[in-house]
Design a protein around this ligand. Sequence first.
Ligand code: OAD
Length: 249
Amino acid sequence: MHFDPRLLADARHVVVFTGAGVSAESGIATFRDKLTGLWERFDPAQLASAEGFRRDPALIWGWYEMRRAGIADARPNPAHLAIAELATRVPQLTLITQNVDDLHERAGSHDVIHLHGRLDAARCLACARSVSSALALPEGARDGKRIEPPRCAECDGPLRPGVVWFGESLPEQALSRAFLAAAECDLLLSVGTSGVVQPAALIPGVALEAGARVVHINPQVSGSGHAREFAIAGKAGEVLPRLLSEAFA
Ligand code: OAD
């Protein structure tokens, strides 16, 4: 069904829910796209689990440092910029992301809810102390080689990436804020996510059930066919700027 851009201009509380697809046009690989997706090329059981880290911390730390270096080299794209601008156009906007990059922040978005943690927020595997300031990228980080994780200043345990791995709980406060916003919004834009990783994948459905309109922006059209659910097929960096210029013309 066609989404009328005026519905965006009239919305009071917009939730923008993003996945890896929003950063794809910045050159950051998604997880499940054929050929280019990280989980098409790497084994998530090894690289995204606490067991994998315990087995070979240097392999895992080196892989995440390579991804962190890729993000440091990347720039926000027109989709990130359009979302930051949208926040200045509507009465209330809540930005929920599954991404572990900081491209939304670097585009000018504030108070971003990171459901899956952040690559630049390491913490100690042993005592859970977090290292708040981003660590300097070590020599060779871009090569994806093995790098021994730095040690915790408090207990000398190994630092681990500050991301949520399979089998781990999502940060409680981020999760409850996200579900509350989804239940309270009147429009939710779901941008660049395959919608398969739980519990994040429940968020568009929570908004729909609470009476909001839900718009999926993705080159792969999706949606359940609900009367208040829409799909705009295309790349986020093209669709979002166009949607904004039509809504606020
Ligand atoms: P996926 O890789 O599963 O899905 C990316 C989605 O983006 C797909 O539906 C693509 O069709 C779409 N896409 C690709 N290019 C796009 C573009 N230019 N514009 C818009 N959409 C585009 O990524 P996520 O749904 O984010 O978890 O994956 C969810 C979680 O799975 C991630 O947060 C990660 C992963 O395991 C953790 O890191 C904990």
